[in-house]
Design a protein. Structure first.
Length: 522
């Protein structure tokens, strides 16, 4: 008989209940969960788990394992803290729980279910709280193990920004069982919660959930159920984003789909080629840092001499009626990464190679994120930002024949880089990415848009007032180059009043976002 071990705490037990539900549905037998007596009350809300009470300390994994092995034929330890060595293999303790259960790839999909809720207790709780027709926001403000130091500031912000809503602090609400709070969640306009058990409980409710997670491995993992997710370390830079997300959470969400591609492909570019949408993305060679390009499902060959380099990040574009790609040629020299940008026409399964002589566009440094566009049959690249100026160059063959400078667009989420450019009425629409750094945390990427004049010097005339897409922390198991919080655009196609934007997510997925003009936030 199989026994799972998760001795404590309430939030950690809530986290693994979907695993036990699936085990029950798969085998038809209640899985046994060894749990400390002090934390077993949460299991009163489910019928699909057989509790095995442990009378020792909540971190005595060694003792729990010894008892379990004497009684059960198979023991699976889900707990990620205790008096035995804990090996961290995933970016969050929560994902490590699921990895220990052999089901981390299902983390974002298996539901949390409480099938033994009490309507009598729930009604009594709502009556005690004097819940009326007035809209309310539930605030999970207290965390014993990961306290949020700005909770009072956040509470005041919620009161000031949403005066028509009642703000209910969960630290002031008492219920017999934690799952009785689901009645409160189900009727709420939103749940805002710090790193506490309510974050996990929210997955059993449809309540829109806005999460402030603890930093590092001890922070709960990103979940697609969350409408907004940030780390404690991001508070100062992103607290305004949290409020804005709360204001707009009833608006339609941007539809994003994953492009079918070979495993762990990323950074896709799309282009309209003779009425058909074509796609090119990069993929890693096995056990190598180098990548190659895949065009329409097949490897895109590069000229001889380049085959031993890493070929990366194509941006498709049309020039004189022919399909072209700008791409990056990268190499490691003396232990450091260097690269340059090239471009060429795509014919069948091959791409040409023209290396533009401009600045340091060679193996002496890092030259990437050149963004191609064509005006009046002339090829241009948005080169980047130099001394507060946006630099655009016009290219003929391998030479930059003109350079245009205009004031760099202002954007509070980091320096604007790369992207894709398409026509936008009589102007140009550029999508770009940026990265904002946070204390003790990896930077987060953001995607925005700008409108540029369609004639030199291609002055920027409008910029998104807020990000269109934010890098997230969804985890792709066993993706060899997974990198959290990454979102980088590489191509766009306008179809009627909508725009299809292709972007790479977390260096392991190819995504398409379906955007309306309102989504541009201009």
């Amino acid at each position: 008989m199989k026994c799972f071990i998760q001795l404590s705490k309430i939030g950690d037990i809530l986290s693994i209940l979907p695993i036990l539900l699936h085990e029950y549905q798969d085998t038809g037998k209640k899985p046994v969960l060894m749990v400390c007596r002090d934390f077993a009350s949460v299991l009163a809300g489910v019928s699909y788990v057989e509790p095995a009470l442990f009378n020792g300390a909540y971190d005595d994994l060694r003792g729990a394992i010894k008892i379990a092995k004497e009684k059960y034929s198979e023991v699976i330890v889900l707990q990620t803290h205790g008096n035995i060595p804990i090996h961290q293999t995933c970016p969050s303790f929560q994902l490590d729980q699921w990895d220990r259960g052999g089901c981390v790839k299902h983390f974002d999909h298996w539901p949390l279910l409480f099938d033994q809720r009490s309507s009598d207790r729930e009604d009594l709780l709502l009556k005690k709280l004097e819940i009326t027709d007035q809209p309310y926001i539930v605030f999970g403000d207290y965390s014993q193990s990961s306290p949020f130091l700005h909770k009072e500031e956040l509470y005041q912000m919620l009161k000031d920004e949403f005066p028509d809503c009642r703000i209910i602090r969960l630290s002031e609400v008492k219920s017999k069982f934690v799952f009785d709070l689901l009645a409160l969640f189900d009727g709420a306009a939103a749940l805002v919660t710090v790193e506490t058990s309510f974050l996990h409980l929210s997955k059993a409710s449809k309540v829109p959930t806005f999460v402030l997670a603890a930093n590092g491995w001890r922070g709960s993992a990103f979940h697609s159920k969350f409408r907004f997710y940030m780390r404690y370390s991001e508070w100062e830079q992103r607290k305004g984003n949290l409020i804005e997300s709360l204001r707009s959470h009833k608006l339609p969400q941007i539809k994003t789909t994953v492009i079918p591609a070979v495993e762990h492909a990323y950074n896709p570019s799309i282009c309209d080629f003779n009425g058909n949408e074509v796609v090119c993305y990069r993929v890693h060679h096995p056990k190598s840092w180098k990548t190659q390009l895949i065009f329409e499902g097949e490897p895109l060959r590069v000229p001889g001499g380049l085959q031993h380099h890493s070929i990366e990040d194509a941006r498709l574009f049309m020039l004189n009626g022919k399909l072209h790609a700008a791409y990056v040629v990268a190499e490691q020299i003396d232990g450091r990464f260097v690269c340059y940008t090239a471009y060429g026409e795509i014919t069948d399964d091959s791409v040409g190679h023209i290396q533009v002589h401009y600045g340091g566009n060679d193996f002496r440094g890092m030259n990437k994120n050149w963004t191609p566009f064509v005006i009046d049959g002339k090829l241009h690249f948005v080169y980047g930002i130099r001394k507060n100026n946006q630099v655009v160059i016009r290219v003929e063959a391998d030479r930059a024949v003109s350079e245009y400078l205009s004031p760099a667009p202002l954007w509070p989420w980091g320096e604007i880089r790369g992207g894709a450019v398409i026509g936008y009425g009589h102007s140009l629409l550029r999508f770009f990415h940026s990265r904002q750094e946070y204390q003790n945390e990896q930077g987060r990427y953001f995607i925005g848009a700008s409108v540029m004049e369609s004639k030199p010097p291609f002055k920027t005339i409008a910029v998104s007032k807020k990000p269109i897409i934010e890098g997230d922390e969804r985890y792709t198991h066993k993706a060899p180059h997974w990198k959290q919080k990454v979102a980088i655009p590489y191509g766009a196609v306008k179809i009627g009043g909508r725009i299809r934007l292709s972007y790479g997510r977390n260096d392991c997925e190819c995504c398409i976002a379906e955007l309306t003009e309102a989504d541009l936030n201009l």
